[in-house]
Design a protein around this ligand. Sequence first.
Ligand SMILES: CC(C)(COP(=O)(O)OP(=O)(O)OC[C@H]1O[C@@H](n2cnc3c(N)ncnc32)[C@H](O)[C@@H]1OP(=O)(O)O)[C@@H](O)C(=O)NCCC(=O)NCCS
Length: 175
Amino acid sequence: MPQLAAPDVRFHASFLDAVREFTDAGSDPAALVGEEIHAYAKTWREPEGFAAFVDMLLAETERPRRPDWVEMTNLWYVQDDVFLGRLSIRHRLNPFLLDLGGHIGYAVRPRVRRRGHATAMLAAALPLCRQLGIDRALVTCDATNTASRKVIEANGGEFEDRRGVKLRYWIRTGN
Ligand SMILES: CC(C)(COP(=O)(O)OP(=O)(O)OC[C@H]1O[C@@H](n2cnc3c(N)ncnc32)[C@H](O)[C@@H]1OP(=O)(O)O)[C@@H](O)C(=O)NCCC(=O)NCCS
């Protein structure tokens, strides 16, 4: 069964495969691994470089990678040693996140899309949001991103409004 797991060096090979898939599909790997990651991309082929990347992701619950970012929990969606996607939970909303970014960001590697992974991954994240004290999670997507909109709606997203290109939905994380 696929599950959300903490980033770990044991996914090194599979993670690099996923990045390659993302690039081949014409997507910026930043969508897969988060922004500001290009510095790590120079070294993450080597075990030490990948370990440093993983450590940075794990530390982000307390040390955001950028001064204007908030603390976040970075999770990988995995099955055995295979990396399927990523999901990040931002612990609180700053003005940018409240407007556009939302609490949760996610991506699924191209080869395994349209199998329900994003829908399941978001569902699995909601109890974790709850544990972090987030009773209602804001999740946003581009108006043109049909797949992401369906993922949000399948998880009970209640549409609030559109701001620029972004559709904003709130999802209750518990009863
Ligand atoms: C958006 C994304 C996460 C969806 O991942 P996924 O695992 O393919 O999603 P699911 O399999 O759970 O599909 C959810 C729904 O979207 C539909 N869908 C998936 N890809 C689609 C596409 N390219 N066009 C239209 N619908 C699509 C599925 O058929 C499914 O619909 P259904 O519920 O009616 O059956 C993935 O396409 C992705 O990583 N995109 C790039 C990053 C991104 O956009 N992240 C979201 C930022 S808000």
